[in-house]
Design a protein around this ligand. Sequence first.
Ligand SMILES: [Zn+2]
Length: 106
Amino acid sequence: MARVTGAIAELIAVHCGKCDIDFGMPRYFYETRKQDGVTWYCPVGHPRVFTGTSEIEKLREQLADARAATDAVDQQRRAAEARSQLLMNEQARLLTVPFSFTGVKT
Ligand SMILES: [Zn+2]
């Protein structure tokens, strides 16, 4: 008598480009191989690798883009602070220049 010992994992339909066999790959295995780029084997034994940008690579690229954007904003902030300091210095200098009425007709 057969008895249930567990559930069958969700399978992803995969095609081997070497032998043209279609087969089911457990989702967790499929997603892990897509992310880590490690070699896996079709049921006939052909070594296969998912090509293209993995999720980890995509996230690394997004992180690099976010860091570049943060650096650009930080650079703009520092430039704005420097301009602001120059203007405050100029304002302070102008306020300390003695005021003269020379040349003003009364
Ligand atoms: Zn194959």
